[in-house]
Design a protein around this ligand. Structure first.
Ligand code: SAH
Length: 214
C-alpha cells in the first residue's frame, strides 16, 4: 500500500480509546470484551477498513476484529467505525506475528486475508500471511470447522497459498481465479484494493480453506 504520512496519526492511534491497545490481555476473553457470545471473525491486514466495516454493519450478530500495522492506514478504519457507531468491530494497530498470544485456541470463527503483501522474493516467503508458520497458527486459533478466506489479484501468491494450505492439511472448500465471474461472488463484499483492481479489469483469485481435524 502506498503510504501517505498522516500528521499526528501515530500519537492519535497510540492513545485512542477506539483502538485495542492491550490485545494480549484479552487472549481467551474476547467474548467478554464484546459482551456477547457471537462468533468472532478476524481480518489480518485490514487496510482502511471498508470490508470489515461493511460486514460489521450488515451482521450485527457477528463480532469483527481488524489488525493493521500502519497507524496512518488504520486511522481511516477508525473513522469508519466511529461514524457508523460499530460496537461489533474492534481494531488493533499491530504487526500480526504470534497470534496465539492474542487469541486462545478455537476463539476465532473465520479469518480473512485480503490482498495481503505478496513478498515475492523467495527469501521473504516466511513473511507471507499464507506461509506454513501462519497457517499453523490459524489452525490453533480457529474453532473446529473454522474457515480461512483469501482474496488476491496476485496469481503467484495465490498459487503458493493453495499449495501450502494443501500441503499443511487444509481442505480447499472454494477456489476460483476469477471471483467476479464465479458462483462465489454472491454475498461478496469488495475491499478497497479489490474495487481498484476490478475497475482496472484485473481478475480476483479467491480461496476458502478449512482445517479438517482439530
Ligand atoms: N485488506 C485491504 C488492504 C490490503 S493491502 C484491502 O484489501 O483493501 C495489505 C495491508 O496489510 C496493508 O495495509 C499492510 O499494512 C497490512 N499488513 C501486511 N502485513 C501485515 C501484518 N503482518 N500485520 C498487520 N498488517 C499487515
Amino acid at each position: 500500500m502506498r503510504l501517505r504520512y498522516v500528521k499526528g496519526s501515530k500519537e492519535l492511534i497510540a492513545s485512542h480509546e477506539g483502538i485495542v491497545h492491550n490485545p494480549k490481555e484479552l487472549c481467551g476473553r474476547w467474548h467478554e470484551f464484546f459482551g456477547n457470545t457471537y462468533p468472532i471473525r478476524l481480518e489480518i491486514g485490514m487496510g482502511k477498513g471498508k470490508f470489515l466495516s461493511s460486514l460489521a454493519m450488515q451482521n450485527p450478530d457477528v463480532n469483527y476484529i481488524g489488525i493493521e500495522k500502519y497507524e496512518a492506514v488504520i486511522l481511516r478504519a477508525l473513522e469508519k467505525k466511529e461514524e457508523l457507531g460499530l460496537t461489533n468491530l474492534a481494531l488493533m494497530c499491530e504487526y500480526a506475528s504470534d497470534l496465539k498470544e492474542i487469541f486462545a485456541e478455537g476463539e476465532i470463527d473465520m479469518i480473512y486475508l485480503n490482498f495481503s503483501d505478496p513478498w515475492p522474493k523467495d527469501r521473504h516467503a516466511k513473511r507471507r500471511l499464507t506461509s506454513d508458520t501462519y497457517l499453523d497458527m490459524y489452525k490453533v486459533i480457529l474453532k473446529k470447522g473454522g474457515i480461512l478466506q483469501f482474496k488476491t489479484d496476485n496469481t503467484g501468491l495465490f498459487d503458493f497459498s493453495v499449495e501450502r494450505a494443501t500441503a499443511c492439511g487444509w481442505d480447499i472448500t472454494a477456489l476460483t481465479k476469477d471471483l467476479h465471474s464465479s458462483e462465489f461472488v454472491n454475498g461478496n463484499v469488495c475491499t478497497e484494493y479489490e474495487e481498484k483492481f476490478v475497475s482496472e479489469g484485473k481478475k480476483i483469485c479467491f480461496m476458502q480453506a478449512q482445517y479438517p481435524c482439530k
